[in-house]
Design a protein around this ligand. Sequence first.
Ligand SMILES: Nc1ncnc2c1ncn2[C@@H]1O[C@H](COP(=O)(O)OP(=O)(O)O)[C@@H](O)[C@H]1O
Ligand SMILES: [Mg+2]
Length: 476
Amino acid sequence: MWEGCSAIQVRESSPGKTLSMKHYFGLDQYYFNQKKQQIPITLDTSQLINGHTLLCGMSGVGKSYQLRAMIASAQRSGIQVEVFDPHDELDIPGSKTAKYSEATRFGYNPLALNPDPHSGGVRKRINWLLTLLNSTSRKLGPKQETALRYLLQDIYYLNGCYEDKPSSWGKKHITEAQRAAFLEQNNYAALKQFYPTLGDLITYAERKIKALYLGANSPAITHLDKVNKMAAKLRRLVGQLEKVSDDDEAMKLEEKLEDYKHDTISAYSDYVHSIETGREFTDVIKYNSKDVMQSVFERLKNLDASGIFRPNPPPFGNAQVRVHQMKSLSDDEQRMLVQLRLEELFRTRRDQPTVNDVQQIVVIDEAHKFADEEGDNLLNILAKEGRKFGMGLWCASQSPTHFSEDFLTNCGTTILLGIHTTYWDGACRKLKIDESILRFIKPHHVAALKFQRKAETNARFQNVILSQPMPTQLHA
Ligand SMILES: Nc1ncnc2c1ncn2[C@@H]1O[C@H](COP(=O)(O)OP(=O)(O)O)[C@@H](O)[C@H]1O
Ligand SMILES: [Mg+2]
């Protein structure tokens, strides 16, 4: 059993202690070949502008191999490491691993709110969720997006999280098992202590669709419709009465009018008594299309089936190195999971005091799958702002062409392990380098490395002979 209801825990590495990581790659090729000197090439986070790293190379050149070795160095330095592994191949000794699949049912509640009165809340979460869905999988149509926004607003409201009341944004985190137990006991009141879940949203959407299929939505709407029709007839009778000159006829009409008034009042009374939620009328306007609602419902069911949005956080506990194995997920699901996790990791770090060292490293293998130029992509946010909060981002990918200008120009370390010739033009342009740098690389043997050091403005690539033991005098 695992206790998995809390949000991410920031592991207290060593409070007050400055962390720095050193990692030896190999020997400087120029000095080795030309001067017979062994000059070690070592990454030292304390000297770099930030802890970000880009590792580039085609399949098989050793990106995962280098990542494993670098993660081991980070581990020795006491840095926390969060690994996103799309191929389930980054097995790290001493790490804790979570494999996302139908069998493990690991996932996170995307509806959990940031309770911070300034940076959090219902409105921001809804906007973020809609952006997440639109940017990581098939874009929602405008009508679907509106319907989903209403559903989300309603579900937060029903759970007691109000848009304009920050004191209502802090709730407990529920697990799938807890939720099932409360539902089994029909204990709906208890559910209100927790954030709503995707399961709640689906149940609610289903209720709305059923109401739409039942026709006039609800008894209240049927009664109100009747009242409106009767009121219209009443007005016609009054109009007739005004035109009548014959006394007998006028009397008959007046009687009829009185009866009708009575019936209309009684219909109105029926309407008032049939009101269940007070929002029936708004619902008719909000959820007016069966087709739109049905498509939103299908979309929510698909999200639920993937499992990553179920509130079952993996039992990482206090583990220093955490590996998210995502091989069993689809590309869309992997993208959603990475954004969802990075958002919470970043938020948790951002709420701590700013720091000067690297305390946490986020490793993303096959990072081109998760990168784009959008400002709200968490990879770009981490690249831009992560350093202040002690976060380093390591991305491994086939080519630098997949990354934002922001990331490439803000990278403390760039490692080229052998880029495929189809990417050479783009890579040279993006990295502002000469093709000769790429030509000298020999996969598994010679890499090109660049460190952007704090006091340096003209960092250059240097060739490094890999897999050479560290010169003995430097071991001490
Ligand atoms: N520097 C290296 N020295 C020796 N073997 C290596 C080196 N780099 C990679 N390999 C081996 O090459 C194979 C492919 O490496 P891998 O890291 O999986 O490549 P990638 O992740 O870029 O596709 C693996 O068997 C790995 O052990
Ligand atoms: Mg790999």
